[in-house]
Design a protein around this ligand. Sequence first.
Ligand SMILES: Nc1ncnc2c1ncn2[C@@H]1O[C@H](COP(=O)(O)OP(=O)(O)OP(=O)(O)O)[C@@H](O)[C@H]1O
Length: 670
Amino acid sequence: MSLFLVNRYLGEEEDGSVSKESRSEALLAKLKQKAKEKQKQSFTEQKHEPEEQTQQQDVKKKRKADKEDSKEPQHPKKRKSDVGNVSVSDSDNQDEPVEETKEKKKKKKKKGGNEKQKKKKPMEGSSVEGVDTPGTEKEEQEDTDGEKKEAESENQTQKQTPASTGFKVLGGFENKPVQKVHRVLPQWLAQPDVIHRDIKSNLVPICDVQGLSAQLGKKLQNNGIQHLFPVQAEVIPAILESAQTGFLIGRGGYKPRDICVSAPTGSGKTLAFVIPVIQVLMERVVCEVRALAVLPTKELAQQVCKVFTSYAEGTGLKVVMLAGQKAFAAEQASLAELRGGTRRSLADIIVATPGRLVDHINKNSGLNLEHLRFLIIDEADRMIDSMHQSWLSQVVKAVFRSGSGAEAAAIFKRAEPAHVTAASLSPPQMPLQKLLFSATLTQNPEKLQQLGLHQPRLFSSIHGQTSSTPAAPTQKQDRFDFPQGLTEYYVPCTLSKKPLLILHFILRLKLSPILCFTNSRETAHRLFLLMQLFGGVQAAEFSSRLSPGERKKTLKEFEQGKIQLLISTDAAARGIDINGVKCVVNYDAPQYIRTYIHRIGRTARAGKAGLAFTFLLGVQEKNFLLMVQEAGSPGIQRQIVKPENLKSMEARYEQTLQELADVIKEEKAK
Ligand SMILES: Nc1ncnc2c1ncn2[C@@H]1O[C@H](COP(=O)(O)OP(=O)(O)OP(=O)(O)O)[C@@H](O)[C@H]1O
């Protein structure tokens, strides 16, 4: 109590002439005296009944004097809500505001007539304080039951007061049921250009693709492609159209629209950007970096670089990879050369990983992006997640950096599109167009906003998302499209039976080649060792335990059919195109739906059939099945493997487990 009062007085008495210490000492002395007098008074009341009347008069006089003395310090009590706030924040004791309220009420009762005057004060200050009052009342109502009535009557008095003073009470703070806010997508996301999901029944003859050059059509045929897949038939003409007037100027002088593509795994997205980019750049005279494809991993960069190189053959276009496969200096040398004192670009198309790309930009290695026309972001959702590395802002900075030849800056300067209606009125623009591709493109506009898209146009095969109406209230996550030829299964199992199930799949069901995913590289390594020790299975592991060279070799051998079981971490989950994978096994259930979609997408590619099995422990079943169903899976079937089917392998398996323990011990000892 005393502490509270001291705090309060100190807060209000802003007299600079008296030091804080002396002031508080004086107040403390006064309070002590007051307490003594109160004690004395109660003592006298109890012990000396006869003297009561005369002493009561004395006490009254003293109280009056006290009141007068303490008039100034009591003044702040009028600002009820303020006091409450100060005492809560200044003290650890949460009970303090309650005590203060009680004390205040007692005093109010005694003072009676003063009350009206007190309540007027906050109203005089401002109308906002008047609005605050109900909040304070609420706190008061939470006090003891005995005080409820008092609070109610006080409430009534306070309600009446504003009317009598003519102030209008702002209100409407009563609890109303809050309506759930449903997600409403922006129009470009809600109403995409639809891509057919079924590849096989929607193949488009090469000659029917609008704008595709005869040269590239022939090249496609030479590579064994007679028809284009639906995503290619839709996206290739759209990109070509945006460069109708050449790659140096946007159509009508305007910047072309950015393009986003969301299509299932294995649906042919790579060619959907490789073909039009090659065709647009084929006409170039001077070699400059005009296309940049960014991919999350070295393996993916290598894969895309291979496709670009294959279709650039015979066009004079030069493709360079910046993914750390070669030494930095070697990569630098492949970017530009100095001839007769002038710098000449040696790359038209660059395929890069974000880390290595930023290295080249920062170290000023000769990478010039001032002429960039296409920025391709493959596996776009993953690339957005790695945006904290700020690779995109660095690329954009490098693109709009002006510093090269003055005449280049004057003729083909980069600028935001001007509001003109005729190309002749507009200075030539050097457009930068972003092309985004993913099987699991986010529908979260906030995430997409990070990419700074310009009037984006979405191509999507996701069904049931093509309206601007709110998403279903039960829908908690994005929906994705699954490959048509894929059949999904889940296998209920226990932890110890998982290796036996894998052996059963290979040795009995002959499902190889199997691409098997684990959630950690340790699990992948142990399972690999176990398979080696068990014998009879050609197994290999694929994770960051291996060097890039070893990983490349392993993938090649798997593709060639030399490996029956490839045990991998999520390093091989995205984008990797391995021919002939019949079956994917999720040895460990994936935690995220995107991981699941990319993993199972390593099979059933290019319209082929494929199987995906997920081993589920009892505790995982409910959540996993719900996650898959909400993502739009056409259906995942339960597959039971009877214990008797595993029995014959059990003795050998137990023995192998013991051997494995020894091997792991040895490895750890090294
Ligand atoms: N028109 C076509 N005809 C035949 N095969 C094709 C055609 N287009 C692409 N392919 C083949 O389909 C496979 C999958 O293509 P691609 O890797 O581009 O798929 P994706 O959609 O990028 O898959 P992911 O999302 O998993 O990265 C590749 O082997 C590719 O050569």
